[in-house]
Design a protein around this ligand. Sequence first.
Ligand code: UD1
Ligand code: UDP
Length: 371
Amino acid sequence: MTASTVGFVLGTRPEIIKLAPVIQECHRRGIDTHVIHTGQHYSDSLDAVFFRQLGLSPPDTNLEVGSDDHGAQTGAMLAGIEAELHDVEPAVVFVQGDTNSTLAGALAGSKMDIDVAHVEAGLRSFDDDMPEETNRVIIDHISDHLFPPTEETAALLRNEGIPEDRITVTGNTIVDAVQTYDDRAASESQILSELGVTEGQFDLLTAHRAETVDDRDAFERILSGVSRASAQADREVIYPIHPRAEDRLEEFGIAVPDRVRLVEPLGFFDFLRLESTADVVFTDSGGVQEETSILGTPCVTLRYGTERPETAFVGANCVAGREPSGIVAAAAQMRGKAGDWTTPFGDGNAAVQILDAIPKLAVGEAVTATE
Ligand code: UD1
Ligand code: UDP
């Protein structure tokens, strides 16, 4: 390794997808990268499929931490990342988003006095019951380079006293990823015929967050609300189910409404294809709220708030809550919208802007690894 190596710590599906454009932009600049995978996600359908589809090499290291309680999981990651960073001595370590892997990567880098770069900084749900909210606040306050996707998120960082010279608004790297892979999704994915659904004639659902699916009543209410909303338009609902949600369905013995069809978690191309051709997308996912605003598909968010309010400001998203009546009303409001809003998350150049904002990684400055 050389002092010009750039480290990446990632561990879950959305981090792989959203850091891919930054890793690839490093390679375009001849910058050596070292990817540390915490192993928070390990099932092929949440992990390796994305490395394959996005053309990434397998991670340089996989700590194989796996699933556990928050403290045990984050602690094991911290110890493993620290040892790796000692060996690699990267010039900067990138983390993305708000997961336990993100927190562990930022903490390890910060304590070792390595510059920490946080992609997708400044998001706040103002809901302290979400484990991700705690992570977001800590990560932002220990990072050296913060990359909020929008002016709104940058303002939240300034309000918390984070110095201006650490903040660069870049848009979200999910726009880079969608722009890069959307055409391939349209030409290569056979998911519509595999599922036997017709463009514009079905709805899509994702729900995986702890506050949605770990609460039996909440989970039952959202399934009931989505089912009723889709029944009004005679749509079937396709639900690629995250393993956490699948475990809870079984544990709680919840009967899934007939209108909702469970399928395995999908690869990025198949999921993008469904997202761009669904009539309405119901979700509690952060990434899905963003992607629907990029793809022009109406979104109903199954939460009482969102750290992505920009999607609602442009008319792409209705934050419905978890009561069936609210979900039905939100779907009626969103269904049939033209989808001609402008995404609030930038023009697809986020990765370039992120690297340009770090002087030692900017074009013309990067030193190619010589090992
Ligand atoms: C994590 C993030 C969440 C993010 C989501 C992306 C935290 C606190 N949560 O939630 O913010 O939105 O990833 O998808 O970091 N499991 C598998 N296979 C896997 C991984 C998990 O079967 O590869 C199952 C296990 O039963 C595990 C459960 O899913 O207990 C939850 O996994 P975990 O990583 O703890 O949280 P996520 O719900 O995936
Ligand atoms: N996604 C996917 N297959 C699926 C469901 C989601 O590829 O079956 C992708 C989706 O395109 C988005 C990301 O996973 O880029 C969102 O991840 P998730 O909802 O797990 O986490 P969040 O964004 O809420 O943290």
